[in-house]
Design a protein around this ligand. Structure first.
Ligand code: CA
Length: 231
């Protein structure tokens, strides 16, 4: 095991999934650490200080949310939730409790690698200065100049559209919940504007996407929020 590869702590009770994760991580140059219970996971997190934690919400000994709360008492290590399809409520609660992202089972090695890369990039970025120019595909967003370009052509956005996009850019690749977007765009009173959020997202898609019905950049995470896709 190479010492300089980023370490990923897997907290998952099902041995076949743990094995799949371990092999996937090794093939992508991560150093896996494994825990089969919540208690073991918490003690390994404290003793090894991994770079990222993959946490299964359904563990036999402890509730996944309790684990997130306990971790967040002392660390901001990115936590990526592993959860079953159709458990949107659980994901939202986990994200609001301090988890950073989630993967829905079953997922591919490629998806896993992208999420880990995003989590690590945000981890590194918080210690240096934030990047001001974001690029993905033919989309370019210059946060300093407040400029949005598609294939080098400037796109005019309304102030709310721009605000929404800039929040997604700052969290590029990560899931941003509806609640976070509402709060950040409309302020504390924005809690019940989810209907406006959908309208602004579809306006943005019409301006940014080749095919707004099949978005390439502004991805909907059904029932949870939105994600700006990175290459
Ligand atoms: Ca489980």
């Amino acid at each position: 095991m190479a010492e300089n590869f980023p370490s990923v702590l897997i907290i998952e009770d099902e041995a076949p999934i743990r094995r799949f994760l371990r092999l996937s991580l090794e093939s992508r140059d991560f150093t896996p650490l494994e825990a089969a219970t919540g208690a073991e996971g918490l003690s390994m997190a404290a003793s090894h200080i991994p770079d990222v934690i993959l946490l299964d919400l359904g563990l036999p000994d402890m509730d996944g949310l309790e684990i997130i709360h306990k971790l967040r008492e002392w660390t901001s290590i990115p936590i990526i939730i592993l959860s079953a399809r159709g458990k949107e409520e659980d994901k939202i609660t986990a994200l609001e409790s301090g988890a950073d992202d989630y993967l829905t089972k079953p997922f591919s090695v490629g998806e896993l690698a992208v999420r880990l890369k995003v989590a690590l990039r945000h981890l590194n970025r918080s210690s240096s200065s934030a990047e001001q120019v974001f690029r993905t595909g033919n989309l370019k967003v210059d946060l300093e100049k407040r400029q949005v370009l598609i294939s080098d052509k400037e796109i005019h956005l309304t102030p709310i559209e721009y605000k929404l996009l800039s929040i997604l850019v700052r969290h590029a690749g990560r899931l941003v919940t509806q609640k976070e977007l509402l709060r950040d765009v409309w302020g504390p009173s924005g809690g019940d504007s989810s209907h406006y959020l959908r309208i602004y997202v579809s306006q943005l898609r019409r301006k940014l996407e080749d095919n707004p019905a099949k978005p390439r950049y502004l991805i909907t995470e059904a029932g949870v929020g939105y994600r700006l896709k990175v290459d």
